[in-house]
Design a binder for this molecule. Sequence first.
Ligand SMILES: [Zn+2]
Length: 139
Amino acid sequence: MGDDKDYYSVLGCEKDASTEQIKKQYKKLALQLHPDKSTSDTGADFNLLSKAASTLTDEREKHKYDTSLLEKRATCNKIVNDEVNCDDFSHDEETQSYLFDCRCGGQFVLGKDEFTSIAKSQLVDCNSCSLSILVISSR
Ligand SMILES: [Zn+2]
């Protein structure tokens, strides 16, 4: 164990894949991983694949699983410490990047392309501590 692959990535499906797509992917992958057909030790993978497919093709189970996935992601999510308007970033001519000072003395750095491509908001990590800020586009 140790890897927290979710069932969708086990099946190589998008989160919004239909039951049909999931079944199709399962069949395809099961052929590759089936213990009877495979020479290598893929039994564990096959079991995981079967579990993933049976969960995601059962509407009620899928809903339960999706919910638990969301909860898991919410707790893994970084804590956003602040929201900063992108106008408050200063432009660094030398490196062509945009900077915002962090309270730790480090900086939040956005490259020119990153900065100009913020659609609405973007999470930026400090370059020296674990703080993150949400940069809000003023456009
Ligand atoms: Zn910092």
